[in-house]
Design a protein around this ligand. Sequence first.
Ligand SMILES: Cc1cc2nc3c(=O)[nH]c(=O)nc-3n(C[C@H](O)[C@H](O)[C@H](O)COP(=O)(O)OP(=O)(O)OC[C@H]3O[C@@H](n4cnc5c(N)ncnc54)[C@H](O)[C@@H]3O)c2cc1C
Length: 285
Amino acid sequence: MIPADFDYKAPTSLDEALSLLAEYGEDAKVLAGGHSLLPLMKLRLASPRVLIDLAQVDGLSFVRDAGNQIVIGAMTPYAALQDSHLLQRRAPLLAQAAGMVGDQQVRNRGTLGGALAHADPAGDMPVIVTALGGTIRVRSSRGERTIAAADFFTDIFTSVLDADEILTEVVIPAHDGAAQAYEKFQKRAIDWAIVGAAVSLTRTNGSIDSASVVLTNVAPTPARATAVQSALAGKLANSDTVRQASELAAEGLHPSAELNASADYKEHLARVLTRRALTAALGIA
Ligand SMILES: Cc1cc2nc3c(=O)[nH]c(=O)nc-3n(C[C@H](O)[C@H](O)[C@H](O)COP(=O)(O)OP(=O)(O)OC[C@H]3O[C@@H](n4cnc5c(N)ncnc54)[C@H](O)[C@@H]3O)c2cc1C
């Protein structure tokens, strides 16, 4: 449980961090909250020669109103997302889900950028940012690029992020008036999701205009439940619609079995959690 030797760098600006990353390349790892990276290092599943700590880099921790968008710094901890009145009002799904990650200690240290860069299929944030139609801004000494969350995650613990890139910001469209909820099932309160379901719906006069439904830990990357979305669009926002649509949640899924759940059980959870999330979002008794 002791990590291999490493050098520790604590840059105070993003430019300095980027030039360190360019210098050390694949030998270096960026350190954010450390709640995923440090356990991996202790298990020697990761042995970076250099750690580049972003803790002292100014300007990476914020939640900002940008009109029809909300911009969030990569180093913003879960606790700040959970407590953000702006998110509670304009993207409540993100505030709610941040409050469901781990325990208070994890939420105080773990960051949105770290969670996205880590790309854990059981992680909550990749699913939430995908469900919200978010985009991810990354920088390197070569320049900046913006990637839709839907294109960011490519496999288990794998994203399009290059070794010399730092995730700097996450941009979420404002979801004023949307009906949103996240449901996850875990064995203990601090655990990762065995399965989760995130929903965001827009409504007019009691009918559902559009639906975004994304599932956690049923595929290597966030899984969009397209059959559920189609079954909701244009329908009355009532319990019959919710029941019929959520029955389709496992369509097209091929989840892997794991210690805590068979593939069949995960499919069952996908249906149950989708129904619960839709019911909660729409406030159906
Ligand atoms: C007890 C416990 C319970 C937990 N429960 C949950 C849970 O319920 N749900 C959940 O989703 N997660 C859970 N987690 C994981 C937690 O959310 C992690 O904090 C998160 O996955 C990683 O964020 P971090 O800031 O700690 O990143 P770090 O551990 O510092 O980094 C993770 C990876 O991302 C890279 N990285 C970090 N920041 C950047 C950046 N800005 N740019 C580029 N690369 C970067 C690092 O190099 C590393 O590879 C739990 C962790 C613990 C210890």
